[in-house]
Write a protein that binds this ligand. Structure first.
Ligand code: GLU
Length: 601
Protein backbone atom coordinates (compact mmCIF):
# COMPACT_ATOMS: atom_id res chain seq x y z
CA UNK A 1 0.00 0.00 0.00
CA UNK A 2 1.45 3.35 -1.01
CA UNK A 3 1.66 6.21 1.44
CA UNK A 4 -1.72 7.83 1.14
CA UNK A 5 -1.59 11.44 0.14
CA UNK A 6 -3.15 12.82 3.28
CA UNK A 7 -0.59 11.08 5.48
CA UNK A 8 2.36 12.57 3.68
CA UNK A 9 4.34 14.54 6.25
CA UNK A 10 3.05 18.09 6.08
CA UNK A 11 5.58 20.90 5.79
CA UNK A 12 6.63 22.11 9.20
CA UNK A 13 6.30 18.76 10.97
CA UNK A 14 8.74 18.77 13.83
CA UNK A 15 8.65 22.52 14.10
CA UNK A 16 7.31 24.38 17.09
CA UNK A 17 3.97 23.18 18.43
CA UNK A 18 0.68 24.53 17.33
CA UNK A 19 -1.22 27.00 19.45
CA UNK A 20 -3.51 25.20 21.87
CA UNK A 21 -6.89 26.09 23.22
CA UNK A 22 -5.46 28.65 25.64
CA UNK A 23 -2.53 31.00 25.47
CA UNK A 24 -0.31 29.95 28.42
CA UNK A 25 3.14 28.91 27.33
CA UNK A 26 4.43 25.50 28.35
CA UNK A 27 6.28 25.69 31.65
CA UNK A 28 10.05 25.20 31.43
CA UNK A 29 11.22 21.63 31.16
CA UNK A 30 8.09 20.60 29.33
CA UNK A 31 8.53 20.33 25.61
CA UNK A 32 5.48 19.21 23.69
CA UNK A 33 7.30 18.10 20.53
CA UNK A 34 10.55 16.18 20.07
CA UNK A 35 11.77 14.60 16.86
CA UNK A 36 14.68 12.25 16.42
CA UNK A 37 16.13 8.74 16.36
CA UNK A 38 16.90 5.97 18.81
CA UNK A 39 13.58 5.97 20.64
CA UNK A 40 10.95 8.46 21.76
CA UNK A 41 8.52 9.03 24.59
CA UNK A 42 5.63 11.29 25.45
CA UNK A 43 3.95 11.48 28.86
CA UNK A 44 2.24 14.22 30.84
CA UNK A 45 5.25 14.64 33.10
CA UNK A 46 8.98 15.41 32.57
CA UNK A 47 10.17 13.06 35.35
CA UNK A 48 8.25 10.16 33.82
CA UNK A 49 9.44 10.96 30.31
CA UNK A 50 13.03 11.20 31.52
CA UNK A 51 12.65 7.83 33.24
CA UNK A 52 11.51 6.21 30.00
CA UNK A 53 14.26 7.92 28.04
CA UNK A 54 16.95 6.61 30.42
CA UNK A 55 15.62 3.08 30.06
CA UNK A 56 15.75 3.43 26.26
CA UNK A 57 19.26 4.90 26.37
CA UNK A 58 20.46 1.96 28.41
CA UNK A 59 19.14 -0.58 25.95
CA UNK A 60 15.70 -1.26 27.40
CA UNK A 61 12.81 -1.63 25.00
CA UNK A 62 9.46 0.16 24.72
CA UNK A 63 7.73 -2.16 27.20
CA UNK A 64 10.49 -1.72 29.80
CA UNK A 65 10.33 2.05 29.33
CA UNK A 66 6.53 2.18 29.50
CA UNK A 67 6.46 0.30 32.81
CA UNK A 68 9.29 2.41 34.28
CA UNK A 69 7.52 5.61 33.22
CA UNK A 70 4.23 4.41 34.71
CA UNK A 71 5.98 3.64 38.01
CA UNK A 72 7.38 7.18 38.05
CA UNK A 73 3.95 8.59 37.22
CA UNK A 74 2.81 6.73 40.35
CA UNK A 75 5.06 9.17 42.23
CA UNK A 76 4.56 12.41 40.31
CA UNK A 77 0.93 11.86 39.23
CA UNK A 78 -0.27 9.92 42.28
CA UNK A 79 -3.90 10.94 41.72
CA UNK A 80 -4.16 9.15 38.38
CA UNK A 81 -1.43 6.53 38.24
CA UNK A 82 -0.81 4.09 41.03
CA UNK A 83 -0.30 0.46 41.78
CA UNK A 84 -3.75 0.75 43.38
CA UNK A 85 -5.30 1.10 39.91
CA UNK A 86 -5.37 -0.54 36.49
CA UNK A 87 -5.09 0.16 32.80
CA UNK A 88 -4.61 -1.04 29.24
CA UNK A 89 -1.45 -1.45 27.16
CA UNK A 90 -1.49 -1.74 23.37
CA UNK A 91 1.88 -2.99 22.12
CA UNK A 92 3.49 -3.40 18.72
CA UNK A 93 6.14 -6.09 18.67
CA UNK A 94 8.56 -5.19 15.89
CA UNK A 95 10.15 -8.65 15.78
CA UNK A 96 6.97 -10.51 14.94
CA UNK A 97 5.26 -7.43 13.47
CA UNK A 98 2.15 -7.98 15.56
CA UNK A 99 0.01 -5.84 17.83
CA UNK A 100 -0.97 -7.11 21.29
CA UNK A 101 -3.38 -5.91 23.96
CA UNK A 102 -2.96 -6.30 27.71
CA UNK A 103 -6.06 -5.84 29.86
CA UNK A 104 -5.16 -4.83 33.41
CA UNK A 105 -8.64 -3.62 34.26
CA UNK A 106 -9.71 -3.56 37.88
CA UNK A 107 -12.28 -6.19 38.70
CA UNK A 108 -15.26 -6.30 41.02
CA UNK A 109 -15.12 -8.53 44.09
CA UNK A 110 -17.03 -11.79 44.09
CA UNK A 111 -19.64 -10.34 46.45
CA UNK A 112 -20.63 -7.54 44.05
CA UNK A 113 -24.18 -7.56 42.62
CA UNK A 114 -26.10 -5.49 40.10
CA UNK A 115 -27.73 -3.62 42.95
CA UNK A 116 -24.62 -3.12 45.10
CA UNK A 117 -24.62 0.65 44.55
CA UNK A 118 -28.35 0.96 45.19
CA UNK A 119 -29.36 2.52 48.47
CA UNK A 120 -31.98 0.16 49.93
CA UNK A 121 -33.68 3.11 51.62
CA UNK A 122 -34.47 4.79 48.28
CA UNK A 123 -34.18 2.00 45.70
CA UNK A 124 -31.97 4.39 43.73
CA UNK A 125 -28.22 4.36 43.11
CA UNK A 126 -26.42 6.25 45.84
CA UNK A 127 -25.23 9.74 44.90
CA UNK A 128 -22.28 9.44 42.54
CA UNK A 129 -19.92 11.35 44.81
CA UNK A 130 -20.76 9.02 47.68
CA UNK A 131 -19.99 6.02 45.49
CA UNK A 132 -16.66 7.52 44.41
CA UNK A 133 -15.30 8.11 47.91
CA UNK A 134 -15.97 4.67 49.28
CA UNK A 135 -14.54 1.21 49.68
CA UNK A 136 -17.36 -0.01 47.44
CA UNK A 137 -15.87 1.63 44.36
CA UNK A 138 -12.47 -0.06 44.77
CA UNK A 139 -11.82 -2.82 42.25
CA UNK A 140 -9.00 -5.35 42.51
CA UNK A 141 -5.97 -3.35 41.31
CA UNK A 142 -4.72 -4.71 37.99
CA UNK A 143 -1.55 -2.72 37.41
CA UNK A 144 1.01 -5.02 39.02
CA UNK A 145 -0.40 -8.17 37.41
CA UNK A 146 -0.44 -6.36 34.08
CA UNK A 147 3.20 -5.25 34.42
CA UNK A 148 4.13 -8.81 35.32
CA UNK A 149 2.31 -10.22 32.32
CA UNK A 150 3.49 -7.60 29.84
CA UNK A 151 7.12 -7.66 31.04
CA UNK A 152 7.04 -11.45 30.99
CA UNK A 153 6.00 -11.38 27.32
CA UNK A 154 8.06 -8.49 26.04
CA UNK A 155 10.23 -6.95 28.77
CA UNK A 156 14.01 -7.27 28.96
CA UNK A 157 14.47 -5.82 32.45
CA UNK A 158 13.11 -7.03 35.75
CA UNK A 159 10.60 -5.00 37.67
CA UNK A 160 13.08 -4.16 40.42
CA UNK A 161 15.39 -2.40 37.97
CA UNK A 162 12.50 -0.52 36.38
CA UNK A 163 11.28 0.73 39.77
CA UNK A 164 14.63 2.29 40.67
CA UNK A 165 14.14 5.69 38.98
CA UNK A 166 10.69 6.00 40.56
CA UNK A 167 12.15 5.19 43.99
CA UNK A 168 14.70 7.95 43.48
CA UNK A 169 12.01 10.49 42.59
CA UNK A 170 9.85 9.39 45.53
CA UNK A 171 12.79 9.86 47.91
CA UNK A 172 14.28 13.04 46.51
CA UNK A 173 10.90 14.51 45.71
CA UNK A 174 9.53 16.48 42.79
CA UNK A 175 8.67 20.14 42.45
CA UNK A 176 4.96 20.81 42.86
CA UNK A 177 3.49 22.54 39.83
CA UNK A 178 0.20 24.39 39.42
CA UNK A 179 -1.53 21.30 38.05
CA UNK A 180 -0.59 19.08 41.02
CA UNK A 181 -1.68 21.77 43.44
CA UNK A 182 -4.96 22.30 41.58
CA UNK A 183 -5.72 18.56 41.65
CA UNK A 184 -4.98 18.49 45.38
CA UNK A 185 -7.18 21.52 46.04
CA UNK A 186 -10.00 19.91 44.05
CA UNK A 187 -9.79 16.88 46.35
CA UNK A 188 -8.99 18.71 49.57
CA UNK A 189 -12.31 18.20 51.36
CA UNK A 190 -12.42 14.44 50.92
CA UNK A 191 -8.67 13.95 51.38
CA UNK A 192 -8.99 15.77 54.72
CA UNK A 193 -11.50 13.18 55.93
CA UNK A 194 -9.31 10.12 55.25
CA UNK A 195 -6.47 10.06 57.76
CA UNK A 196 -3.57 8.52 55.75
CA UNK A 197 -4.60 10.52 52.66
CA UNK A 198 -4.55 13.74 54.62
CA UNK A 199 -1.18 12.91 56.16
CA UNK A 200 0.33 12.18 52.76
CA UNK A 201 -1.22 14.70 50.39
CA UNK A 202 -1.98 17.62 52.72
CA UNK A 203 1.43 18.01 54.40
CA UNK A 204 1.08 20.46 57.29
CA UNK A 205 -2.68 20.23 56.79
CA UNK A 206 -2.69 22.10 53.46
CA UNK A 207 -2.32 21.39 49.75
CA UNK A 208 1.39 21.74 48.92
CA UNK A 209 2.47 25.10 47.51
CA UNK A 210 3.60 25.46 43.92
CA UNK A 211 7.40 25.28 43.88
CA UNK A 212 7.66 23.21 47.06
CA UNK A 213 9.19 19.75 46.97
CA UNK A 214 6.86 16.79 47.47
CA UNK A 215 8.38 13.56 48.78
CA UNK A 216 6.73 10.20 49.24
CA UNK A 217 9.04 8.02 51.40
CA UNK A 218 6.20 5.55 52.05
CA UNK A 219 5.87 4.84 48.35
CA UNK A 220 9.66 4.58 48.00
CA UNK A 221 9.60 1.87 50.69
CA UNK A 222 6.64 0.15 49.07
CA UNK A 223 8.39 0.08 45.68
CA UNK A 224 11.57 -1.28 47.31
CA UNK A 225 9.68 -4.06 49.00
CA UNK A 226 7.80 -4.75 45.79
CA UNK A 227 11.12 -5.10 43.99
CA UNK A 228 12.06 -7.82 46.49
CA UNK A 229 8.76 -9.64 46.82
CA UNK A 230 7.30 -9.22 43.35
CA UNK A 231 3.66 -8.67 42.36
CA UNK A 232 2.53 -11.69 44.44
CA UNK A 233 2.93 -9.42 47.44
CA UNK A 234 -0.22 -7.68 46.18
CA UNK A 235 -2.17 -10.75 45.04
CA UNK A 236 -1.18 -13.41 47.53
CA UNK A 237 0.61 -11.54 50.30
CA UNK A 238 0.74 -8.89 52.95
CA UNK A 239 0.26 -5.86 50.72
CA UNK A 240 -2.97 -7.37 49.40
CA UNK A 241 -4.21 -7.97 52.94
CA UNK A 242 -3.51 -4.33 53.74
CA UNK A 243 -5.46 -3.25 50.65
CA UNK A 244 -8.42 -5.45 51.63
CA UNK A 245 -8.34 -4.09 55.18
CA UNK A 246 -8.34 -0.50 53.92
CA UNK A 247 -11.35 -1.23 51.72
CA UNK A 248 -13.25 -3.09 54.44
CA UNK A 249 -12.57 -0.44 57.05
CA UNK A 250 -11.79 2.87 55.36
CA UNK A 251 -9.45 4.89 57.59
CA UNK A 252 -11.87 7.78 58.06
CA UNK A 253 -11.25 10.53 60.59
CA UNK A 254 -13.78 9.86 63.40
CA UNK A 255 -14.53 13.60 63.40
CA UNK A 256 -15.49 13.58 59.70
CA UNK A 257 -19.14 13.95 58.75
CA UNK A 258 -18.73 12.10 55.46
CA UNK A 259 -20.29 8.67 55.07
CA UNK A 260 -17.59 6.42 53.58
CA UNK A 261 -19.07 3.03 52.79
CA UNK A 262 -16.90 0.00 53.25
CA UNK A 263 -16.27 -2.24 50.25
CA UNK A 264 -16.61 -5.92 49.48
CA UNK A 265 -13.09 -6.75 48.31
CA UNK A 266 -11.44 -9.73 50.03
CA UNK A 267 -7.94 -11.25 49.84
CA UNK A 268 -9.54 -14.10 47.85
CA UNK A 269 -10.58 -11.56 45.18
CA UNK A 270 -6.97 -10.43 44.89
CA UNK A 271 -5.81 -14.02 44.61
CA UNK A 272 -8.33 -14.66 41.81
CA UNK A 273 -7.23 -11.65 39.73
CA UNK A 274 -5.62 -12.15 36.33
CA UNK A 275 -4.36 -9.57 33.84
CA UNK A 276 -5.40 -10.76 30.40
CA UNK A 277 -3.53 -10.90 27.10
CA UNK A 278 -6.00 -10.11 24.31
CA UNK A 279 -6.34 -9.80 20.58
CA UNK A 280 -6.49 -6.09 19.83
CA UNK A 281 -9.39 -4.66 17.84
CA UNK A 282 -8.58 -3.94 14.21
CA UNK A 283 -10.18 -1.84 11.50
CA UNK A 284 -8.85 -0.66 8.16
CA UNK A 285 -9.13 3.08 7.59
CA UNK A 286 -7.95 4.93 4.49
CA UNK A 287 -5.37 2.26 3.78
CA UNK A 288 -4.09 2.15 7.35
CA UNK A 289 -4.59 -0.50 10.02
CA UNK A 290 -5.90 0.83 13.31
CA UNK A 291 -5.45 -1.34 16.43
CA UNK A 292 -6.98 -0.73 19.84
CA UNK A 293 -8.21 -2.19 23.10
CA UNK A 294 -10.98 -4.77 22.95
CA UNK A 295 -13.63 -5.16 25.68
CA UNK A 296 -13.53 -4.79 28.68
CA UNK A 297 -12.69 -1.42 27.18
CA UNK A 298 -15.07 0.16 24.71
CA UNK A 299 -12.14 2.19 23.35
CA UNK A 300 -11.15 -0.01 20.42
CA UNK A 301 -14.66 -0.99 19.40
CA UNK A 302 -16.07 2.53 19.50
CA UNK A 303 -13.12 4.30 17.83
CA UNK A 304 -13.11 1.43 15.30
CA UNK A 305 -16.84 1.58 14.56
CA UNK A 306 -16.73 5.37 14.16
CA UNK A 307 -13.77 5.10 11.76
CA UNK A 308 -15.64 2.43 9.79
CA UNK A 309 -18.63 4.77 9.55
CA UNK A 310 -16.39 7.67 8.49
CA UNK A 311 -14.84 5.46 5.83
CA UNK A 312 -18.13 5.87 3.94
CA UNK A 313 -17.58 9.62 3.53
CA UNK A 314 -15.01 11.88 2.01
CA UNK A 315 -13.62 14.25 4.62
CA UNK A 316 -12.26 17.28 2.86
CA UNK A 317 -9.75 19.49 4.71
CA UNK A 318 -11.01 22.41 2.63
CA UNK A 319 -14.47 21.97 4.15
CA UNK A 320 -13.78 21.36 7.85
CA UNK A 321 -17.36 22.04 8.95
CA UNK A 322 -18.67 19.19 6.82
CA UNK A 323 -15.83 16.93 7.94
CA UNK A 324 -16.52 17.72 11.59
CA UNK A 325 -20.24 17.18 11.04
CA UNK A 326 -19.46 13.63 9.91
CA UNK A 327 -17.05 13.15 12.81
CA UNK A 328 -19.75 14.17 15.31
CA UNK A 329 -22.46 12.07 13.67
CA UNK A 330 -20.26 8.99 13.43
CA UNK A 331 -19.31 9.21 17.07
CA UNK A 332 -22.96 9.75 18.08
CA UNK A 333 -23.97 6.49 16.39
CA UNK A 334 -20.98 4.55 17.69
CA UNK A 335 -21.78 5.68 21.22
CA UNK A 336 -25.33 4.41 20.95
CA UNK A 337 -23.92 0.97 20.09
CA UNK A 338 -21.29 1.15 22.80
CA UNK A 339 -23.99 1.74 25.41
CA UNK A 340 -26.16 -1.09 24.17
CA UNK A 341 -23.61 -3.80 23.47
CA UNK A 342 -20.26 -3.37 25.23
CA UNK A 343 -19.45 -4.78 28.64
CA UNK A 344 -17.04 -7.31 30.12
CA UNK A 345 -16.89 -10.08 27.47
CA UNK A 346 -16.23 -12.65 30.19
CA UNK A 347 -19.78 -12.06 31.39
CA UNK A 348 -21.81 -10.57 28.56
CA UNK A 349 -22.02 -11.51 24.94
CA UNK A 350 -20.38 -8.60 23.09
CA UNK A 351 -20.96 -8.77 19.29
CA UNK A 352 -17.49 -7.34 18.69
CA UNK A 353 -16.94 -8.69 15.17
CA UNK A 354 -20.25 -7.27 14.00
CA UNK A 355 -19.74 -3.93 15.74
CA UNK A 356 -16.50 -3.65 13.77
CA UNK A 357 -17.83 -5.01 10.49
CA UNK A 358 -17.94 -2.76 7.41
CA UNK A 359 -21.52 -3.94 6.73
CA UNK A 360 -22.75 -2.71 10.09
CA UNK A 361 -20.88 0.56 9.60
CA UNK A 362 -22.52 1.04 6.19
CA UNK A 363 -25.93 0.51 7.72
CA UNK A 364 -25.15 3.05 10.41
CA UNK A 365 -23.55 5.49 7.92
CA UNK A 366 -26.66 5.64 5.85
CA UNK A 367 -28.49 7.21 8.77
CA UNK A 368 -26.23 10.26 8.51
CA UNK A 369 -27.59 13.21 6.56
CA UNK A 370 -25.00 15.55 5.10
CA UNK A 371 -27.04 18.64 5.91
CA UNK A 372 -28.61 17.86 9.26
CA UNK A 373 -27.55 16.41 12.62
CA UNK A 374 -29.75 13.58 13.91
CA UNK A 375 -31.60 14.36 17.14
CA UNK A 376 -29.68 12.74 19.99
CA UNK A 377 -29.80 10.38 21.68
CA UNK A 378 -30.04 8.10 18.66
CA UNK A 379 -31.03 4.45 19.01
CA UNK A 380 -28.46 1.66 18.83
CA UNK A 381 -28.28 -0.37 15.65
CA UNK A 382 -28.61 -4.13 15.25
CA UNK A 383 -25.19 -5.71 14.74
CA UNK A 384 -26.59 -9.07 13.67
CA UNK A 385 -24.76 -9.75 10.41
CA UNK A 386 -27.82 -8.97 8.26
CA UNK A 387 -27.22 -5.57 6.77
CA UNK A 388 -29.62 -4.33 4.19
CA UNK A 389 -30.29 -0.94 2.80
CA UNK A 390 -30.73 1.96 5.19
CA UNK A 391 -33.10 1.23 8.05
CA UNK A 392 -35.07 3.85 9.92
CA UNK A 393 -33.88 4.64 13.43
CA UNK A 394 -35.47 2.64 16.22
CA UNK A 395 -36.83 4.06 19.43
CA UNK A 396 -34.96 2.59 22.37
CA UNK A 397 -32.35 4.98 23.59
CA UNK A 398 -30.18 5.21 26.62
CA UNK A 399 -28.87 8.27 28.39
CA UNK A 400 -25.13 8.54 28.87
CA UNK A 401 -24.22 7.56 32.41
CA UNK A 402 -21.74 9.83 34.14
CA UNK A 403 -18.21 8.55 33.90
CA UNK A 404 -15.38 10.20 35.73
CA UNK A 405 -12.94 12.25 33.81
CA UNK A 406 -9.29 11.51 34.44
CA UNK A 407 -6.37 9.18 34.03
CA UNK A 408 -3.16 9.41 32.04
CA UNK A 409 -1.70 8.06 28.82
CA UNK A 410 1.86 7.58 27.63
CA UNK A 411 3.53 6.41 24.44
CA UNK A 412 7.01 4.99 23.88
CA UNK A 413 8.86 3.79 20.78
CA UNK A 414 12.27 2.14 20.92
CA UNK A 415 15.08 1.90 18.41
CA UNK A 416 13.87 -1.50 17.22
CA UNK A 417 10.47 -0.08 16.29
CA UNK A 418 8.47 -1.57 19.18
CA UNK A 419 5.72 0.75 20.35
CA UNK A 420 3.78 0.91 23.61
CA UNK A 421 0.60 2.96 24.09
CA UNK A 422 -0.48 2.77 27.70
CA UNK A 423 -3.37 4.17 29.73
CA UNK A 424 -2.89 3.84 33.48
CA UNK A 425 -5.65 4.99 35.80
CA UNK A 426 -7.34 5.25 39.18
CA UNK A 427 -10.53 6.44 37.40
CA UNK A 428 -11.08 9.90 39.02
CA UNK A 429 -8.38 12.32 40.10
CA UNK A 430 -7.55 10.85 43.52
CA UNK A 431 -9.45 7.59 42.94
CA UNK A 432 -11.46 6.53 45.98
CA UNK A 433 -9.38 8.90 48.16
CA UNK A 434 -8.37 5.85 50.23
CA UNK A 435 -4.61 5.68 50.79
CA UNK A 436 -3.31 2.36 52.04
CA UNK A 437 -1.88 3.42 55.43
CA UNK A 438 1.90 3.72 55.37
CA UNK A 439 2.12 2.61 51.74
CA UNK A 440 2.05 5.92 49.89
CA UNK A 441 -0.52 5.08 47.19
CA UNK A 442 -4.21 5.60 46.58
CA UNK A 443 -6.77 2.98 45.70
CA UNK A 444 -8.90 3.27 42.57
CA UNK A 445 -12.63 4.02 42.30
CA UNK A 446 -12.88 2.14 39.00
CA UNK A 447 -16.08 0.30 39.91
CA UNK A 448 -18.02 3.55 39.47
CA UNK A 449 -17.47 2.94 35.73
CA UNK A 450 -20.25 0.36 36.01
CA UNK A 451 -23.81 1.56 35.43
CA UNK A 452 -24.73 2.09 39.06
CA UNK A 453 -28.50 2.11 38.62
CA UNK A 454 -30.04 -1.13 37.31
CA UNK A 455 -32.56 -0.50 34.50
CA UNK A 456 -36.25 -0.18 35.32
CA UNK A 457 -38.42 -3.20 34.49
CA UNK A 458 -39.07 -3.29 30.75
CA UNK A 459 -36.13 -1.01 29.89
CA UNK A 460 -33.37 -2.45 27.68
CA UNK A 461 -30.84 -4.54 29.58
CA UNK A 462 -27.46 -3.00 30.27
CA UNK A 463 -24.23 -4.85 29.50
CA UNK A 464 -22.36 -2.80 32.09
CA UNK A 465 -24.15 -3.58 35.35
CA UNK A 466 -21.97 -4.50 38.33
CA UNK A 467 -21.48 -8.22 38.87
CA UNK A 468 -19.22 -10.66 40.69
CA UNK A 469 -15.62 -10.56 39.40
CA UNK A 470 -16.77 -8.41 36.47
CA UNK A 471 -14.68 -5.70 34.82
CA UNK A 472 -16.41 -2.34 34.47
CA UNK A 473 -16.55 -1.03 30.90
CA UNK A 474 -13.75 1.37 30.12
CA UNK A 475 -13.33 4.01 27.42
CA UNK A 476 -9.56 3.84 27.40
CA UNK A 477 -8.22 3.71 23.88
CA UNK A 478 -4.45 3.40 23.58
CA UNK A 479 -4.26 3.14 19.78
CA UNK A 480 -1.56 2.03 17.36
CA UNK A 481 -1.84 2.65 13.61
CA UNK A 482 0.19 0.64 11.13
CA UNK A 483 0.96 1.50 7.57
CA UNK A 484 2.10 -1.36 5.35
CA UNK A 485 2.50 -3.48 8.48
CA UNK A 486 4.82 -1.03 10.22
CA UNK A 487 3.95 1.45 12.97
CA UNK A 488 2.98 4.89 11.77
CA UNK A 489 1.08 6.51 14.66
CA UNK A 490 0.27 5.87 18.30
CA UNK A 491 -2.09 7.98 20.37
CA UNK A 492 -4.18 8.03 23.49
CA UNK A 493 -5.54 10.28 26.19
CA UNK A 494 -7.35 10.39 29.51
CA UNK A 495 -10.84 11.84 29.77
CA UNK A 496 -13.40 9.17 30.76
CA UNK A 497 -15.92 8.70 27.98
CA UNK A 498 -14.36 11.62 26.03
CA UNK A 499 -11.26 9.45 25.52
CA UNK A 500 -12.90 7.83 22.52
CA UNK A 501 -13.83 11.06 20.79
CA UNK A 502 -10.44 12.66 21.46
CA UNK A 503 -8.57 9.72 19.96
CA UNK A 504 -10.97 9.72 17.02
CA UNK A 505 -10.58 13.46 16.49
CA UNK A 506 -6.78 13.26 16.60
CA UNK A 507 -6.87 10.47 13.99
CA UNK A 508 -9.27 12.42 11.76
CA UNK A 509 -7.20 15.60 12.14
CA UNK A 510 -4.03 13.76 11.19
CA UNK A 511 -5.27 11.32 8.58
CA UNK A 512 -8.03 13.30 6.89
CA UNK A 513 -7.67 16.98 7.64
CA UNK A 514 -4.04 17.44 6.66
CA UNK A 515 -2.69 18.47 10.06
CA UNK A 516 0.69 17.33 11.28
CA UNK A 517 0.62 15.49 14.61
CA UNK A 518 1.44 18.50 16.84
CA UNK A 519 -1.46 20.41 15.28
CA UNK A 520 -3.71 17.34 15.39
CA UNK A 521 -3.20 17.21 19.18
CA UNK A 522 -3.36 20.92 19.84
CA UNK A 523 -6.47 21.60 17.72
CA UNK A 524 -9.58 22.50 19.71
CA UNK A 525 -11.78 19.52 20.57
CA UNK A 526 -15.44 18.60 20.60
CA UNK A 527 -17.12 15.49 21.95
CA UNK A 528 -20.41 13.96 20.80
CA UNK A 529 -21.35 10.96 22.94
CA UNK A 530 -24.95 10.54 21.83
CA UNK A 531 -26.13 13.46 23.90
CA UNK A 532 -28.45 16.24 22.72
CA UNK A 533 -25.58 18.75 22.96
CA UNK A 534 -22.12 18.61 21.50
CA UNK A 535 -19.72 19.63 24.25
CA UNK A 536 -16.70 21.52 22.99
CA UNK A 537 -13.75 23.64 23.97
CA UNK A 538 -14.37 27.38 23.58
CA UNK A 539 -11.91 27.66 20.68
CA UNK A 540 -13.81 24.92 18.82
CA UNK A 541 -17.08 26.77 19.28
CA UNK A 542 -15.47 30.01 18.10
CA UNK A 543 -14.09 28.36 14.99
CA UNK A 544 -16.88 26.01 13.93
CA UNK A 545 -19.91 26.72 16.13
CA UNK A 546 -21.81 28.75 13.57
CA UNK A 547 -21.30 26.35 10.70
CA UNK A 548 -22.22 23.32 12.79
CA UNK A 549 -25.23 25.03 14.38
CA UNK A 550 -26.55 25.60 10.86
CA UNK A 551 -26.64 21.80 10.50
CA UNK A 552 -28.53 21.37 13.75
CA UNK A 553 -25.70 20.67 16.19
CA UNK A 554 -26.28 22.21 19.61
CA UNK A 555 -22.87 23.28 20.84
CA UNK A 556 -22.14 23.96 24.49
CA UNK A 557 -18.89 24.60 26.36
CA UNK A 558 -17.41 21.43 27.83
CA UNK A 559 -18.19 21.73 31.52
CA UNK A 560 -14.92 20.22 32.76
CA UNK A 561 -13.29 19.44 35.01
CA UNK A 562 -10.66 20.43 34.36
CA UNK A 563 -10.90 23.94 33.02
CA UNK A 564 -13.25 23.34 30.13
CA UNK A 565 -10.61 21.44 28.19
CA UNK A 566 -10.97 17.92 26.88
CA UNK A 567 -8.29 15.26 27.42
CA UNK A 568 -4.52 15.38 27.82
CA UNK A 569 -3.22 13.38 24.88
CA UNK A 570 0.15 11.92 24.07
CA UNK A 571 1.10 10.56 20.67
CA UNK A 572 3.95 9.74 18.35
CA UNK A 573 4.51 9.31 14.66
CA UNK A 574 7.14 7.55 12.60
CA UNK A 575 8.17 10.16 10.05
CA UNK A 576 10.75 8.02 8.28
CA UNK A 577 12.91 4.97 8.96
CA UNK A 578 13.78 5.22 12.67
CA UNK A 579 12.75 8.89 12.76
CA UNK A 580 10.05 9.45 15.36
CA UNK A 581 8.17 12.55 16.43
CA UNK A 582 6.89 12.42 20.01
CA UNK A 583 4.07 14.83 20.81
CA UNK A 584 2.42 15.99 24.02
CA UNK A 585 -0.15 18.65 24.82
CA UNK A 586 1.26 22.15 24.49
CA UNK A 587 -1.25 23.69 26.90
CA UNK A 588 -3.96 21.41 28.31
CA UNK A 589 -3.31 20.42 31.93
CA UNK A 590 -0.14 22.46 31.98
CA UNK A 591 1.40 20.75 28.95
CA UNK A 592 3.12 17.38 28.65
CA UNK A 593 6.68 16.25 27.98
CA UNK A 594 8.00 14.76 24.74
CA UNK A 595 11.58 13.47 24.46
CA UNK A 596 13.75 11.54 21.99
CA UNK A 597 17.02 9.71 22.49
CA UNK A 598 18.90 11.45 19.63
CA UNK A 599 17.24 14.69 18.60
CA UNK A 600 17.18 15.37 14.86
CA UNK A 601 19.05 18.47 13.81
N1 GLU B 1 -12.24 5.22 34.19
C1 GLU B 1 -12.00 5.72 32.88
C2 GLU B 1 -12.21 4.62 31.86
O1 GLU B 1 -11.86 3.51 32.11
C3 GLU B 1 -10.62 6.19 32.72
C4 GLU B 1 -10.34 7.35 33.54
C5 GLU B 1 -10.38 8.58 32.75
O2 GLU B 1 -9.55 8.90 31.96
O3 GLU B 1 -11.31 9.24 32.92
O4 GLU B 1 -12.67 4.86 30.78
Amino acid sequence: MAVIASLAVPAGAGAAPAPGPGSDPSPPGRLPVATGHGGAVSTVDPDASRTALDVLKHGGNAMDAAVAAAATLGVTEPYVAAIGGGGYITYYDAKKRRVHAFDGRETAPKAMRAGSFVDPATGKAMPFEEAVTSGLSVGVPGTLAQWDLALGRFGTRDLGALLKPAIRVAEKGFVVDAEFRAQTVENEARFRDIVPTRELFLPGGKPPEVGSVFRNPDLARTYRELAERGPEWMYEGGLGREVARTVAKPPVDPAAKRKVRPGLLKPSDLAAYRALPKEPTHVAYRGLDVYGEPPSSSGGSTVGEALNILGNFRLDPKDPVTALHYYLEASKLAYADRGAYVGDPAQVDVPLDELLSPGFARERACLIRPDRAAAAPVAPGTPDGRYGPCVPPGTQTRALAYEGPQTTHLVVADKWGDVAAYNVTLEQFGGSALTVPGRGFLLNNELTDFTLQPPAPGAPSDPNLPGPRKRPRSSMAPTIVLQDGRPRLAAGTPGGSTIITTVLQILVNRIDLGMDLPHALAAPRATQRNTPQVFAEPAFIDAFGKGLAARGHLLAPFPGPPKATIGAATALEFLGPGLVQAVAEPVRRGGGSAMVVNPAR
